[in-house]
Ligand binder design. Structure first.
Ligand code: ANZ
Ligand code: ZN
Length: 860
C-alpha cells in the first residue's frame, strides 16, 4: 500500500488521522486525573533519580528549558520502561532579583509576580507532557521550604561553619548587593554584567574552605561528569603547594631587625636568594601604617583608590601595566640577611596567601616587569644550563651579578646560581631546591610548608529583600544569637510596598524584635541568603517534600540519593555544582545523609541557538518561544525535533525545516503503526513463530531486532538522535513490507509486534502519540509509560545471508549475497554462476575460497 493510499484510508475512516492538539489535550487530562507520574516508591525495584536543574521563574520557559527538560523526560521515561522505580521531580528556584525589580516597577508584590510566573511555567510543562511527579513540586520561596534552609544555616552556625566577618567585598552597584567570589565572572557581576566595587562590609559567610581538600579529592570520584566541568572546579579550588616564609621587618634605619615579621606565601622558595623587594597590596593596613607620614603617602592613597576600581582578575592580568609605591621601609631576607625594600603593588591581592609576596624579578614575569619599571634589582639566581650566564655563574655562591639585561623573566627549567649552599640544585616548582630551602627555613624557624587554596569562603549575605532571611538576631549585649528553632521560619513579609533600593533594613516591623537570650530589645539581621543556598539542597527535599518535622527523612534520602542523572547547563559548572557538593558534605557530617557526592552523572546540554548560530536573546529579537512550535505542531513534534537535531551535549541551531521534518515523520510512523495493527487484527494474534515466517517476514523480523538493539543501546548512551534514526529506519522497513507484501501474505503476529515495539521505543520521546496508539491502534489498556521496554535478540538480528566478493585473477568482478552457512563448494558454485559470462572460453586453473569473504577464480 502506498503512502497516498494510507492517507486515503485514514481519511476514509479506516483509522483516524493524526491530530496532535486533540490527542495531547486528551492524554494530559487523563494523566493528571490518574496521577500517572506519581512516584511509586517500590523498594523491590532498583531506583533511578532523574533530575533537571530547576528553573528560575522569570516569565515563561524558553527553548533552553524545553531542551533541558525534554532530555530529562526521555531519560526518566526510558528508565521507567526498563524496570526502574523512578523519581523525576520538578520545582522552582523562586527567590531572586527579577521578582523584586518587577514588584518595584509595577507596585505589586514579588510573591505575586513569582507565583504567577510559576503557574505559567507549570502549564507549559504539562503542555509538553513532562512526566514529573507534580505532587512533589515546591518553590524555594514557600515558607515550608525556606524554613529548613534557615534551620540548616543555624546548624552550620552551631558547628562554626557560618560566621560573620568584616572585609572588603564585591558590591554590585546595579544589583545593590554584595556578590560571592564565584559570582564575579571575568571581573563582572554574573547577573547584570556591571563591574563590582570593593566595599568593606560586615557580611555572613559559609566556611566552604574547610572542605576545599575534600571537594578537590572527590572530583576524582565523579567519573560520570564531563571532564571540563571537573577541570573548572579543580581550577577554582586552586590548590597550591608551597611555603610560608617570615621576613623580619627592619627598623627605620633599614637594617636592624625588629620583632615584627611579614609572612609571604610562595610556591618558589627556591628563588629566595633573588628576592629584590617585598610586596604588599594597596588594601594592606600594614602598608598604610608603614607609609604614614612619609613622602609616599599621597601616592599610596591614589594607588589605593585606583586599585579599588579594578577587579582582582584584572589586577593580576599579565598584560596589565603594574603600579607601585615604595614604603621607604625594609624587611630582612632570612636566608642571607640582606635588607629588601617593601613596596606596595596593585597586582598583589589582599585575600590570597598571606597577602604579601616576595618579589623575584628573575623568576616571575610580573615581578620582572615591576622591577624594570621602577629600576629595581633583577638578580639572576636561576639559569638554564649551557647559557652563557650559567657558565659564568654556575659555581658562584655569592651575589656578584645583580642585574641582567634580559627581556623577560626566566621561565625555562633551570639551576640555582648565586644561592649560597644551594647553588647547583635544580630549581622550579616542587623541585629539589624548593625542598632543600624549605627545610633550611623550617630548621631556622622562619618558614614552613604550606598548602594554599584559591577557594574563598562563600559570602552568602545579600542586601536584597526577596530571599531567605538569615535567621539571626543581633543584640548589643549578647552579640549574634540564632533565632530559636521553634520560631522558624523567619517569615519574609510579603506585603511590603517596596521602593527602589529598599531592603528589609527599612522595615522596623521586620527587624524590631527581642533577644532570645536576654529578652532585651534586639534587631534581626536584615540580610537574606544568596539564592544559591536554596538550590544547594533542593534535590534532597524532593525525596520527602511534605515532611514538616525535618528537612527530609534519612530513609527517603537513603532510598533516592544520589541523583543518578543530573541535567543542566554548563553555566553552573562552578557555582551551583560546587555549592551543592559542599552542602552535601556538611549534611553528611551532620549525619543527615550517607553520601559524599550528590550527583552521580552529570549531563550538560548544549545551547539552542537561532538559525544563524546566534545565542537567542530578547535584545536580539531572535527568541523562538516553545509555544510557536507547540501550537502548530504539538508537543510531541517539538520533543522529537529537539532530540533529533543533535546529541544532547552539542549546541544546535534552531531549524524550522527540522521541525517540519519531525512532524512528517510522526505522521508517517502513525500511519505505519495503524496499518500494521490493522493487519490481521481480526485474526486472533498468536505468538510469533519465527521459523514459520517466509523470507520477507523473516527479513522484517531481523530488521526489527537489529534496529531495536541499536535503539536500546543509543537510549542507554543518551544518544537520542541516533535512537530516533533507528526508529525511522524501522518505520521505513515496515512501510516497505506493507507496500510489497499483500495483506493476506503478511504475518499478523509480526505486524503486531513491530507496531508495539515502535510505539514503545518512541514513547519516551513522543509520549502522547505513543499513548494514543497504545490504546487505539494496539488496543491495549493501562499506559505505554508502564509498558516494559521490548526485549530484542542478538541472534535474531543476525543476517542469514552475507556478502562476498568474487574475483577473477585477484580483480574484483562481482559482489554476491550467499547464505551465511554456505559450504566451500556452494560458495564456488555461486561464484562461478555470478561471473559465468566473464569465464566463457577461459580455462579455470584454480579456485581459492576464503569463507565469509571472497572467491578468487584463476582463469586464463
Ligand atoms: C615568589 C616567586 C618566585 C613566585 C617566582 C612565583 C615565581 P599560585 O601558583 O597561583 O599559588 N603570590 C602569592 N600571594 C600572592 C598574592 N596575594 N597576590 C598576588 N600574587 C601572589 O601562585 C603562587 C605565587 O603567586 C607565589 O609564588 C607568589 O609569587 C604569588 F619565580 O613567590 B611567588
Ligand atoms: Zn541579648
Amino acid at each position: 500500500m502506498s503512502e497516498n493510499e494510507a492517507e486515503a484510508k485514514a481519511e476514509a475512516g479506516t483509522f483516524p488521522a493524526y491530530d496532535a492538539e486533540d490527542i495531547e489535550a486528551k492524554w494530559q487530562r487523563a494523566w493528571e486525573e490518574e496521577g500517572l507520574y506519581r512516584t511509586d516508591e517500590d523498594p523491590t525495584k532498583p531506583k533511578k533519580y532523574v533530575l533537571e536543574m530547576f528553573p528560575y521563574p522569570s516569565g515563561d520557559l524558553h527553548m533552553g528549558h524545553a531542551r533541558n527538560y525534554t532530555i530529562g523526560d526521555a531519560m526518566a521515561r526510558h528508565a521507567r520502561m526498563r524496570g526502574y522505580d523512578v523519581l523525576h521531580p520538578m520545582g522552582f528556584d523562586a527567590f531572586g532579583l527579577p521578582a523584586e525589580n518587577a514588584a518595584i516597577k509595577h507596585h505589586t508584590q514579588a510573591a505575586e509576580w513569582t507565583y504567577k510566573n510559576i503557574d505559567n511555567a507549570v502549564r507549559t510543562m504539562r503542555r509538553m507532557g513532562f512526566s514529573y511527579d507534580y505532587d512533589r513540586m515546591f518553590n524555594t520561596c514557600d515558607p515550608e521550604y525556606y524554613r529548613w534552609g534557615q534551620w540548616m544555616f543555624i546548624k552550620m552556625w552551631e558547628r562554626g561553619l557560618a560566621y560573620r566577618a568584616t572585609s572588603p567585598v564585591n558590591w554590585c552597584p546595579t544589583c545593590k548587593t554584595v556578590l560571592a567570589n564565584e559570582q564575579v565572572v571575568e571581573g563582572r557581576c554574573w547577573r547584570c554584567g556591571s563591574v563590582p566595587e570593593k566595599r568593606k562590609l560586615s557580611q555572613w559567610y559559609l566556611k566552604i574552605t574547610d572542605y576545599a581538600q575534600e571537594l578537590l579529592d572527590d572530583l576524582d570520584k565523579l567519573t560520570g561528569w564531563p571532564e571540563n566541568v571537573r577541570a573548572q572546579q579543580r581550577n577554582w579550588i586552586g590548590r597550591s603547594e608551597g611555603a610560608e616564609i617570615d621576613f623580619r621587618l627592619a627598623a627605620e634605619d633599614g637594617v636592624t631587625p625588629t620583632d615584627r615579621t611579614i609572612t609571604c606565601f610562595t610556591t618558589r622558595a627556591d628563588t629566595i636568594f633573588g628576592v629584590s623587594f617585598m610586596l604588599l597590596p594597596p588594601e594592606s593596613e600594614l602598608a598604610a601604617e608603614l607609609i604614614a607620614g612619609s613622602e609616599h603617602e599621597a601616592a599610596f592613597r591614589s594607588l589605593k583608590v585606583a586599585a579599588e576600581k579594578v577587579s582582582s582578575v584584572e589586577r593580576q592580568g599579565t598584560d596589565r601595566e603594574k603600579h607601585g609605591v615604595p614604603t621607604g621601609r625594609y624587611v630582612i631576607n632570612p636566608i642571607n640577611g640582606r635588607p629588601v625594600p617593601i613596596w606596595v603593588a596593585d597586582y598583589v591581592l589582599m585575600d590570597y596567601g598571606t597577602g604579601a609576596v616576595m618579589g623575584v624579578p628573575c623568576g616571575d614575569q610580573r615581578d620582572f616587569e615591576f622591577a624594570k619599571k621602577y629600576g629595581l634589582e633583577i638578580a639572576p639566581i636561576i639559569c638554564e644550563k649551557g647559557d652563557a650566564l650559567y657558565e659564568r655563574l654556575k659555581d658562584e655562591r655569592e651575589l656578584v651579578v645583580r642585574d641582567v639585561d634580559w627581556e623577560q623573566a626566566m621561565v625555562a627549567e633551570g639551576y640555582l646560581v648565586q644561592s649560597g649552599e644551594f647553588t647547583g640544585l635544580k630549581g622550579g616548582k616542587h623541585s629539589e631546591a624548593v625542598a632543600a630551602i624549605t627545610s633550611w627555613l623550617e630548621a631556622h624557624g622562619c618558614g614552613r610548608e604550606k598548602v594554599q587554596f584559591r577557594l574563598r569562603d562563600w559570602l552568602i549575605s545579600r542586601q536584597r529583600y526577596w530571599g531567605n532571611p538569615i535567621p539571626m538576631i543581633h543584640c548589643d549585649r549578647c552579640g549574634d544569637v540564632p533565632v530559636p528553632y521553634e520560631d522558624l521560619p523567619v517569615r519574609l513579609p510579603e506585603d511590603l510596598d517596596l521602593g527602589a533600593g529598599d531592603t528589609l533594613a527599612e522595615y522596623a516591623s521586620f527587624y524590631e524584635t527581642t533577644c532570645p537570650a536576654c529578652g532585651g530589645p534586639a534587631r534581626r539581621i536584615t540580610d537574606t541568603m544568596d539564592t544559591f543556598t536554596c538550590s544547594s539542597w533542593y534535590y534532597l527535599r524532593y525525596c520527602d517534600p511534605h515532611n514538616d518535622g525535618t528537612p527530609f527523612s534519612r530513609g527517603s534520602v537513603d532510598r533516592w540519593m544520589p541523583v543518578d542523572n543530573y541535567i543542566g547547563g554548563i553555566e553552573h559548572a562552578i557555582l551551583h555544582l560546587l555549592y551543592s557538593r559542599f552542602w552535601t558534605k556538611v549534611l553528611r557530617d551532620m549525619g543527615m545523609i550517607g553520601i559524599d557526592e550528590p550527583f552521580e552523572n552529570l549531563l550538560c546540554q548544549g545551547m539552542v541557538k537561532d538559525g544563524h548560530g546566534e545565542t537567542m536573546s530578547k535584545s536580539k529579537g531572535n527568541v523562538v518561544p516553545p509555544s510557536s512550535v507547540i501550537e502548530p505542531y504539538g508537543a510531541d513534534t517539538m520533543r522529537l525535533a529537539i532530540l533529533f537535531i543533535a546529541p544532547p551535549e552539542k549546541d544546535f541551531n534552531w531549524d524550522e525545516e527540522a521541525v517540519a521534518g519531525a512532524n512528517r515523520f510522526i505522521k508517517r510512523a502513525w500511519r505505519v503503526v495503524w496499518e500494521l495493527s490493522l493487519t490481521g487484527s481480526d485474526q486472533v494474534s498468536q505468538g510469533l513463530d519465527v521459523s514459520a515466517l517466509d523470507v520477507r517476514s523473516k527479513e522484517l523480523n531481523r530488521t526489527l531486532h537489529e534496529l531495536g538493539l541499536r535503539c536500546t543501546a543509543d537510549f542507554d548512551r543518551r544518544q537520542f538522535n541516533t535512537a530516533i534514526s533507528a526508529c525511522m529506519e524501522l518505520t521505513n522497513a515496515a512501510s516497505k513490507y506493507l507496500v510489497e507484501v499483500p495483506a493476506t501474505e503478511r504475518s499478523a503476529a509480526l505486524c503486531q509486534r513491530v507496531a508495539h515495539d515502535l510505539v514503545c521505543m518512541l514513547a519516551p520521546i513522543c509520549p502522547h502519540w505513543a499513548e494514543e496508539l497504545f490504546h487505539e491502534a494496539l488496543g491495549r489498556t493501562g499506559s505505554a509509560y508502564n509498558e516494559p521496554w521490548p526485549v530484542f535478540d542478538a541472534e535474531l538480528a543476525k543476517s542469514d545471508t552475507i556478502e562476498i566478493v568474487v574475483q577473477i585473477k585477484g580483480k574484483n568482478r562481482a559482489r554476491i549475497d550467499v547464505p551465511a552457512d554456505s559450504t566451500k563448494e556452494q560458495l564456488e558454485a555461486a561464484a562461478r554462476t555470478a561471473v559465468a559470462a566473464q569465464l566463457e572460453g577461459k580455462d579455470v586453473r584454480k579456485v581459492i575460497v576464503v569463507p565469509g569473504r571472497l572467491v578468487n577464480i584463476v582463469a586464463q
